[in-house]
Design a protein around this ligand. Structure first.
Ligand SMILES: NC(=O)c1ccc[n+]([C@@H]2O[C@H](COP(=O)([O-])OP(=O)(O)OC[C@H]3O[C@@H](n4cnc5c(N)ncnc54)[C@H](OP(=O)(O)O)[C@@H]3O)[C@@H](O)[C@H]2O)c1
Length: 290
């Protein structure tokens, strides 16, 4: 174990937790992660169902605990509210406090679903209005963190696209068989590429940013728009996209009309442009041949 840690990643087996830990290692940042799976070298066992404290090497000078662990399925939070609340709110807040006492500033990865999605491009300081169980839990965890310390950092994300994004891989499988894909024309998302998210989260941690920040593109696409765009990139006929309605398949609250968040605070701070949503789809395309 190193003498001190700059980053603790709670939940280092998930998409973002694993990516953050790998990025820290690549950049030479002393770091450690937790896992609820069988302990493996370099990871500390932590199942938030059972334990909400952790002993790690002393915190470095500008140390952060990035809280990635949680029940992230909207359906699971809806169907098993009490159980998911215990993890997403009670346990996450407790482990944040525990790590704060050891000198790690808590950093929560939160979600655009702290808003109802009825308004366009909500700002970081707009009043949240979650409708989903997941969004309500995320908001409560945010509030707990902000009350814990004036150094706490909350980073809200829109939909993160990664090279293994299962929905898009399902589409690729169908297109390989020359079969059409079904894609919602009335459910929307605001895609951002995982690499940009990981680098941005680490940037914010290293710069001692605090309060609420948002990472999102400003465009909103229906899943059918995305399927048409990807079909075009892959040179697949648009006839292999069948738009369908999400009405019968997803609860209304889980289909925000406006999933994109205002990301100008971050873009201004970086002196950069807000990434274009289509670039996240193109990024997926570049990583995955048909
Ligand atoms: N990905 C996105 O598009 C997105 C968008 C907005 C916000 N976020 C937020 O970003 C954070 C990370 O998201 P993600 O996409 O990386 O999620 P993920 O892939 O689902 O990872 C969640 C992690 O939490 C762990 N976990 C679940 N229950 C646990 C428990 N009882 N004790 C300890 N660990 C537990 C999981 O462990 P196992 O791997 O063993 O199951 C997994 O490693 C989440 O808080 C999510 O709400 C993500």
């Amino acid at each position: 174990m190193p003498d001190s840690n700059e980053i603790v990643v709670v939940g280092a087996d998930g998409l973002l937790g694993k990516g953050l830990l790998n990025l820290c290692k690549k950049e030479g940042i002393t770091c450690v992660g937790t896992t609820r799976r069988q302990a493996s070298p370099g990871l500390i066992p932590l199942d938030l169902k059972k334990i909400v404290s952790l002993q790690v090497s002393p915190a470095g000078e500008n140390a952060s605990a990035i809280l990635c662990a949680g029940i992230t399925s909207l359906a699971a939070c809806r169907e098993r509210y009490a159980e998911s609340y215990r993890i997403n709110v009670t346990a996450v807040s407790a482990i944040a406090n525990n790590l704060l006492e050891q000198g790690f500033r808590p950093v929560l990865l939160s979600s655009s679903l702290v808003f109802s999605g009825k308004e366009q491009l909500q700002r970081h300081n707009d009043l949240p209005s979650p409708l989903t169980a997941y969004g309500k839990q995320k908001l409560e965890a945010e509030e707990n963190l902000i009350h814990l310390s004036d150094k706490s950092l909350v980073i809200r994300l829109s939909k993160v696209i990664h090279p293994q994004f299962p929905l898009f891989h399902g589409w690729l499988e169908s297109w390989r068989l020359n079969a059409p894909v079904l894609a919602f024309h009335d459910a929307f998302f605001a895609p951002i590429a995982v690499d940009w998210v990981l680098e941005s989260v680490l940037d914010l941690c290293r710069s001692r940013a605090k309060g609420i920040w948002q990472l999102s593109c400003h465009e909103e696409y229906s899943y059918a728009d995305a399927a048409y765009a990807l079909a075009d990139m892959y040179g697949v006929s648009s006839s292999l996209v069948t738009p369908i309605s999400a009405r019968e398949r997803l609860p209304k609250d889980e289909r925000p009309k406006h999933p994109a968040l205002d990301c100008s605070r971050f873009a201004d701070w970086k002196g950069d442009r807000v990434p274009n949503g289509m670039s996240a789809l193109r990024w997926f395309y570049n990583q995955n041949p048909l």
